[in-house]
Design a protein around this ligand. Structure first.
Ligand code: G3P
Length: 225
């Protein structure tokens, strides 16, 4: 699958033990089934070690959790855009709050993703960094206040102005860059609030991956789209 439709829900599996090994594939299959059942665009970011296995097995968009601005060759342990593309993934998160990159590497990685026909999703922590990242023209910017990540209060409740102002900041630079928001997104109401604030979707993790019933959780999350 090579396309992310808007609005979209991107589920980042992070490195939770719940998705170690084959469990990553089971989680991706749940997401895929919910996407098929509801018609909502759902993409997944499996743990790096399972990227290829998941990308080759499900029909929904699969993204890497990270990519480095490195060329193929002498790059032991780095994740190159070339290997992400070859894995069957269609794009990558960059600069996640748990895997920050320096500015010059973000820029280079976005450009290398574009050259490799990979979608780039640059994570940012504020309105200012969202506006700045838009100058690199990634496909998506996902604004996530770090202090709300993994918590139970959604960015759309705690800091709705961060979402709407990030949307404005990005649009003022490039209207072609879609804005997602994330951090603490747990319910369908959180998702609909994100869309009302101008976001094109959400990036989330614990609300699905750590939930005792990921399928029920995801059905609730997409219920108001
Ligand atoms: O990548 C998504 C993430 O950082 C947000 O995590 O658990 O607050 O949905 P969570």
């Amino acid at each position: 699958m090579t396309e992310i439709r808007l609005p979209t829900v991107i589920v980042n599996f992070k490195a939770y033990t719940e998705v170690d090994g084959l469990s990553a594939l089971r989680m991706a299959e749940i997401c895929s089934a919910v996407a098929e059942e509801t018609g909502v665009s759902i993409a997944v970011c499996p743990p790096m070690a399972e990227l290829g296995a998941v990308a080759r097995s499900v029909d929904i968009p699969v993204l890497s959790q990270h990519v480095d601005s490195r060329k193929p060759g002498s790059a032991t342990g780095w994740v190159t855009p070339s290997m992400v593309a070859a894995s069957g993934a269609i794009g990558s998160l960059l600069n996640h709050s748990e895997h920050r990159m320096v500015l010059s590497d973000i820029k280079e990685a976005v450009y290398m993703c574009r050259d490799a026909s990979l979608i780039s999703v640059v994570c940012t922590d504020s309105v200012e960094t969202s506006g700045a990242a838009a100058f690199y023209r990634p496909d998506f910017i996902a604004v996530e206040p770090p202090e709300l990540i993994g918590g139970d209060i959604s960015v759309t409740t705690a800091s709705p102005e961060v979402v709407s102002n990030a949307v404005d900041a990005v649009r003022s630079v490039d209207k072609g860059v879609a804005v997602l928001c994330g951090a603490g997104v747990k319910t369908g109401e959180d998702v609909s609030a994100a869309l009302e604030l101008g976001a094109s979707g959400v990036l989330l993790a614990s609300g699905v991956v750590k939930h005792k019933d990921p399928r029920e959780a995801l059905l609730g999350l997409v219920s108001k789209i």
